[in-house]
Design a protein around this ligand. Sequence first.
Ligand code: DON
Length: 302
Amino acid sequence: MQALLNEILDQVRPLLGQGQVADYIPALAEVPANQLGIAVYGVDGSLHTAGDATTAFSIQSISKVFSLVQAIQHSGEDIWQRLGHEPSGQPFNSLVQLEFERGRPRNPFINAGALVICDINQSRFAAPALSMRDFARRLSGNAHVVADMKVAESEYQHRARNAAAAYLMQAFGNFHNDVETVLRSYFHHCALAMNCVDLARACGFLANQGLCTHSGEQLLTPRQTQQVNAIMATSGLYDEAGNFAYRVGLPGKSGVGGGIVAVVPGRFSVCVWSPELNPAGNSLAGMAALELLSERIGGSVF
Ligand code: DON
């Protein structure tokens, strides 16, 4: 595995320079583009890394997996009264479908759906941002995970589209807490700074039927774990979920910080990171690295 990871990074490195670092969140535009890392965490607890695997980055939408898991833990199937688990076929921050579908987001990974999940968690936790930070610490086994408050503040200052989605849902009766408070929680968990090793470890339970190998905690039932993986496979990369299924063939979740996590059920979880994005907002080199990895190990679930 170690030799394979080194070889994959060597192969995709020429792609650096061909994408665009996210700049709609100004604090993210400052991240040096020329970085690439990967970490693979086996269900047996083995860890392999290559490149910039211990450099922290903004996890952004990867946090939507963790907030969904929190919501499933305390509310189970009830959450589906508020949103769906269908792919949207739309960019992550699109608003058009939300009006047509009367304020009910298609899935928990587009921004509107993640905001509903945050609203559900806001009703449940006294301090949702801290609950999420502590959850990320527990999942990763890294007690030093913190949010980058400069990124969180930058997102809040440029919140117009997310605020529009949340207020539209409020107008349809599908938002129960103060919108600005929920936006603050949402930006806080998107701004968590973690590295490839943290995220591969944090997603290990998705490869291991809901059981976190290093903490021994059963986070979800095996059935719930399959369901989360199914939503990742169909919606984790937004309007590029089909392309990701075609090229990589794994449940995955991307973030505009350039991270992508993916899961090979029963075998390992992986996180790859490179800040430059393709036009759909997914890491350009990251996609290519996962495609090579999946191909080389015969990992596609299809
Ligand atoms: O709300 C936003 O736009 C960002 N905090 C998260 C978007 C994101 O990561 C989309 N992923 N590819």
